[in-house]
Design a protein around this ligand. Structure first.
Ligand code: CIR
Length: 276
């Protein structure tokens, strides 16, 4: 397994965010510590971690997940939904060039200049590529992924997220393993689950957590180890019971309060690439 991460810039507090941080501004030192903790846990589980230097001109550059989609030996460099983030992708593209399994890198913008897509809207489970349309990801972005990746696996576009107030698809649902997904118990989660079930013929087992933020976990070691968000006790109960006790998943909680203020989740700070 390879992981690409990117250091948090000092300009991070100028990130794009929907959160009103006036009363409780982002603490940059704490944000850097939280990001370091995250990277250190990844390093314990992933042999090859490529660390891209921070780009001060792009406050959101640590959210590398949005930059590119990788399926097997092919990568696509996204054209991000937020204009201020569009040029941050070059650092991640250079890192992808260092990953030996990746043989082909294409640019979304070259295929369709009207397409936009953030990686936070794309869940690749190993069996299916699920794309949630959002205010960042348009139908044309989803069409580009279908064109590029449909020879690798079935590609489905999930539309119900658009009627909910959620930044990214993976703010609602994330993956434990190739047949188990974690999803928020809010209406958005129910709607998304129904659509995924229809497309995949009920392939996935869903574990529902009561809150939205903790429905985004980072799964490593093929689902044997996860990182989850601290400070959400109701969801933590479900994670400990359903994942740890019943399924024997090893779990580690991290406090990512300063990244949450930037609308950041756990998956968004890394790109994970299986070695084969
Ligand atoms: C943004 O609004 O684009 C960033 N502040 C947060 C991106 C988080 N990305 C993700 O969840 N995949």
């Amino acid at each position: 397994m390879y992981a690409i991460v990117r250091n948090l810039p000092l300009s991070f507090a100028s990130c794009v965010t929907s959160v009103d941080n006036n009363a409780n501004p982002i603490n940059i030192e704490l944000a850097q510590k939280q990001h370091d903790d995250y990277v250190n846990v990844i390093k314990e589980h992933v042999k090859q971690v490529i660390e891209v230097p921070a780009d001060e001109a792009h406050p959101d550059c640590c959210f590398v997940e949005d930059n590119a989609i990788v399926v097997e030996d092919k990568a696509i460099i996204n054209y991000l939904g937020a204009e201020s983030r569009r040029k941050e992708v070059s650092g991640v593209e250079n890192a992808l060039k260092e990953v030996p399994v990746i043989k082909d890198i294409v640019h979304m913008h070259d295929i369709d200049p009207e397409a936009t897509l953030d990686g936070g809207d794309v869940l690749y489970t190993g069996k299916h590529l699920l794309i949630g349309l959002s205010h960042r990801t348009n139908q044309r972005g989803a069409d580009v992924l279908a064109k590029v990746f449909s020879e690798k696996c079935p590609v489905y576009t999930i539309k119900s997220l658009l009627s909910h107030d959620s930044l990214h698809f993976k703010c609602i649902v994330s993956m434990l393993d190739d047949h188990t997904l974690l999803i928020t118990d809010h209406q958005a989660g129910h709607d998304v689950q129904e659509e995924i079930n229809q497309f995949t013929n009920n392939h996935y087992e869903f574990i529902r957590v009561p809150e939205q933020v903790p429905s985004n976990i980072l799964s490593l070691d093929g689902g044997k180890f996860i990182i989850y968000q601290q400070d959400f006790p109701e969801s933590e109960k479900v994670i400990l019971e359903e994942l740890h006790k019943k399924r024997g998943v090893q779990v580690k909680s991290l406090c990512m309060s300063e990244l949450i203020k930037a609308d950041g989740a756990l998956t968004c700070c890394s790109i994970l690439i299986p070695s084969k």
